[in-house]
Design a protein around this ligand. Structure first.
Ligand code: BGC
Ligand code: NOJ
Length: 816
């Protein structure tokens, strides 16, 4: 069953019911100010950090779901209703929500009044703009009241749930004209505040939540809009809100448009005497300097300014998405590749795993592993930002090559609570940097001087960081000659050095066993993938000796993996604390795992010996389901203290045999390494969201973005997805489909064009822009497994088209 449709021309998903199987959300903003918005206008916004700079309150994990947002209420005679359906849930004569690239539009009507709301974050500004058009669709005149509503919480979002006895006393607001200022804590250490403004005179306002709602009422029973009478309340402590009341009088057919600005303003205390104008904290003793807020208000005081900003937003997305586009004849593939997969990559790059409808914005910072992987799907859009991110990530690395598992976005410091010891982490840095170099050719980044553990007095070149990343594996080898796993590898829940028997402790960080026996074949595969990438970088730098050493290690690890990492029909997953194999025929449960089959073969391990083929056929036989490939089989039915969190989940969920959409693409890539296009495609189309639109009732989350997990075959709700949006799934599926199935991949020396497409795709056109050049590519596919390329009509050897001079366009035909 569907709950909407794709509008590809406008790059929108159009939702036609407010009661989707789960809130279907969108993200506003892609620079420093962000909003999350559901199809019923739920959600919140923040500046840079969802914990420390959250402007509006949101109630996670609540009843009903999705409580809190930017709500508008219409009071039309005796009828009060909310155009976004929630919170009042009054029946609407018409409803449509369009989630687009960085904006959301909700249009509805009731009783002859139509309301269209547009929500977006304008480029270069720290605010959400809400443009609301109220139209009289009836035959007679209409006199209605429009109430806005947001609830402020510009303080530590964790305190908001744990230390609210404090916040109940600190709330302060000011009202000036049509602007409501939230100045809580500004009197002391904050140099920033929030405000909500509308470009029209007010019929009244409210700033105190209890007065607006009524103490025992929900958002859907708000007494001010129900009565139609604003109370002009001034919050003092408790719960500051901002609600404007506008009197809207409309002749038949007439409409009026209002522009609301929900903004963040700061007056940073400048270090030098040459402070910029308006940068003073106070404009007079005790009077908040409102100049930056007023500048923002000025910038969005008319619909024409809004239209211009929307034009800029669209132009920006045209440019971002224009780096890699295809025309394949399959609209679902086109919309994934050209629009939604890229869009999700931008969101994961911005958010890492912090703020979604499944991540609270409080718990997790930026992951070292995650952020490097996100780069793989993002680097082609804004390489300059990828560069910055690489330096931030590398700055949290330790001298021995290990790394903090996470760091905080605001401070960029490593997170001590989680610490380090996830032994795959360092290798992802090589892949992140490798992707950046292949995209840009900017080798100068390797000379950048980058701190260890953010210590400015202890720095080394980025190249040295990569070297230490690589060496971290040879320096941490276990009894079978394979890499030690540490606290966990990619699979956070495979905790082989933590025997946790106490429910209140973390599976990852309780270091009660710090053995040097547990090994990971997944890290072995990743080491080979990263080692090959690193060696090719060293070649380019003319460092032949080091490149040869790296290749010797790669060859050695390949041999070890085929030997000690092989189980007969597939690659083993690991060796545990006692040296026993995991992911082996010998095991009662968890006999085969997906990760090493994908990653080892991505590294080329077992391709010549035929082991790769055996392993992938085993994946097909034991792990494939109608909704994707499960992580392991058979699912663990008992908690095993020596295995950790993975066995804590009921069978079929999460890492315990769920369909972890993130490592499905590794198998797709592995299948393309064997040239098996139909298999790779089958796996791709099973989990790519656009192909799941028709089963939205089963899948439940948004059909335009990937979810982290789909419940596996052992689960009660097989096929039901959870944790949409913020997942490495976005980047890796993007890599799989664009670089391996479509086969267009930036290499250090040129653009490799080596598609592995099923024969039903007979002609695919692609445009790829990079390094200031444009490749216009025609793939003529008969799935022959042989490749013949011409560049501007001239045949070339091999499948790598050299980069042309900047500014040039080349036409490539690939017959395969
Ligand atoms: C989840 C993992 C996640 C980890 C992060 C676990 O509970 O299952 O997917 O990576 O927490 O700490
Ligand atoms: C989610 C984490 O963010 C990611 O880093 C990890 O690889 C997967 N879970 C699998 O455990």
């Amino acid at each position: 069953m569907r709950f909407g449709h794709f509008d590809d021309d406008r790059r929108e998903y159009v939702i036609d019911t407010p009661t989707t199987p789960y809130p279907w959300i969108n993200y506003l903003g892609s620079e420093s100010f962000f909003g999350l918005i559901s199809n019923t206008a739920g959600g919140y916004c923040f500046y840079r950090d969802a914990r420390f700079r959250r402007l509006t309150r949101y109630r996670y994990n609540n009843v009903p779901v999705d409580e809190g947002g930017r709500y508008f209420y219409i009071k039309d005679g005796s009828d009060t209703w909310t155009p976004s359906f929630r919170p009042m849930k009054k029946a609407l004569d018409r409803y449509e929500c369009r989630h687009g690239m960085g904006y959301t539009k909700i249009a509805s009507s009731r009783g002859g009044v139509g309301v269209e709301s547009l929500f977006f974050v304008p480029l270069g500004h720290r605010c959400e703009v809400h443009q609301v058009t109220v139209k009289n669709e009836s035959a007679g005149p209409k006199s209605v009241k429009l109430f806005s509503f947001v609830e402020f919480c510009l303080w530590n979002a964790l305190d908001d749930q744990t230390n609210f006895q404090r916040n109940f006393n600190t709330g302060e607001v000011e009202v000036e004209g049509s602007t409501i200022y939230h100045v809580t804590e500004y009197r002391e250490r904050r140099d920033h505040y929030a405000f909500y403004h509308v470009n029209a005179p007010l019929a009244g306002f409210d700033t105190d939540r209890h007065s607006f709602l009524g103490l025992y009422n929900s958002f859907g029973e708000a007494q001010v809009p129900l009565s139609g009478e604003p109370r002009n309340t001034m919050a003092s402590g408790w719960h500051p809100i901002a609600s404007h009341c506008l009197q809207v009088d409309l002749a038949p057919g007439e409409s009026k448009t209002y522009v609301f600005v929900l903004g963040y303003a700061d007056n940073p205390v400048a270090q030098s005497s040459s402070r910029p104008m308006g940068a003073e904290k106070w404009s007079a003793p005790g009077v908040v300097n409102k100049a930056p807020a007023k500048a923002l208000i000025e910038a969005f005081s008319t619909p024409a300014q809004v239209a211009e900003a929307m034009g800029q937003l669209k132009a920006n997305w045209d440019r971002l998405l224009g780096q890699y586009t295809i025309r394949s004849g399959d609209p679902k593939l086109d919309r994934m590749v050209n629009i939604w997969n890229q869009y999700q990559c931008m969101v994961t790059f911005n958010m890492s795993r912090s703020a979604s409808y499944f991540e609270s914005g409080i718990g997790r910072g930026m992951g070292f592993r995650d952020s490097n992987q996100d780069l793989l799907g993002f680097v082609h859009m804004v390489p300059e930002r990828a560069r910055e991110r690489i330096i931030d990530i590398a700055s949290t690395q330790f001298e021995d090559g290990g790394a903090y598992h996470q760091y905080q976005p605001l401070t960029k410091r490593g997170n001590n609570d989680v610490g380090s010891g996830f032994n795959d982490d360092p290798l992802w840095l090589i892949l992140g940097v490798g992707a950046y170099l292949r995209e840009t050719g900017d080798f100068a980044i390797l000379d950048a001087s980058v701190p260890f553990n953010n210590d400015e007095n202890n720095k080394a070149s980025l190249l040295e960081h990569l070297d230490r990343s690589f060496n971290h594996v040879p320096n941490n080898i276990g009894p079978n000659g394979l890499p030690l796993i540490g606290r966990a590898d990619w699979n956070d829940c495979l905790n082989l050095n933590c025997f946790s028997e106490t429910p209140d402790e973390s599976f990852q960080t309780t270091g009660n066993r710090t053995g040097r026996t547990a090994e990971s074949t997944f890290i072995a595969g990743l080491f080979v993938v990263a080692g090959k990438e690193y060696a090719s970088i060293l070649d380019k730098l003319g460092k032949a000796d080091r490149a040869a050493e790296v290749r010797r290690w790669v060859a050695e690890m390949t041999v070890r993996t085929e030997d000690k990492g092989w189980d007969g029909q597939w690659f083993r997953r690991a060796y545990d604390f006692f040296g026993e194999p995991i992911g082996s025929q010998q095991c009662d449960e968890g006999k085969i795992f997906i990760e090493p089959q994908g990653m080892c073969i991505m590294g080329g391990i077992g391709i010549e010996s035929g082991k790769a083929k055996l392993a992938l056929d085993s994946v097909k036989e034991h792990l494939d389901t109608k909704y994707g490939i499960v992580l392991l089989w058979p699912a663990y039915t008992k908690y095993l203290v020596k295995m950790g969190e993975i066995t804590s989940y009921p069978p079929g969920y999460k890492e315990n045999a769920g369909i972890f959409c993130h490592n499905n693409p590794w198998v797709m890539i592995a299948e393309t390494e064997l040239g098996r296009a139909d298999r790779a495609w089958d796996y791709y189309s099973k989990i790519a969201p656009a192909y799941l639109e028709d089963i939205s009732d089963v899948h439940r989350v948004e059909p335009y973005v990937y979810a982290q997990m789909i419940a596996g075959k052992d689960a009660v709700n097989h096929g039901e997805a959870k944790n949409s949006w913020l997942t490495g799934t976005a980047a890796y599926n993007y890599v799989a489909v664009t670089q391996h199935i479509l086969g267009i991949r930036a290499e250090l020396d040129g653009l490799r064009i080596k598609p592995c497409l099923p024969s039903k795709f007979s002609t695919v056109q692609a445009t790829r822009k990079l390094r200031d050049a444009t490749f216009e590519i025609t793939i003529k596919n008969s799935a022959s497994g042989r490749y013949r390329l011409t560049v501007d009509g001239q045949a070339i050897d091999g499948v790598v088209v050299p980069y042309p001079a900047a500014g040039k366009t080349v036409h490539v035909v690939c017959e395969c």
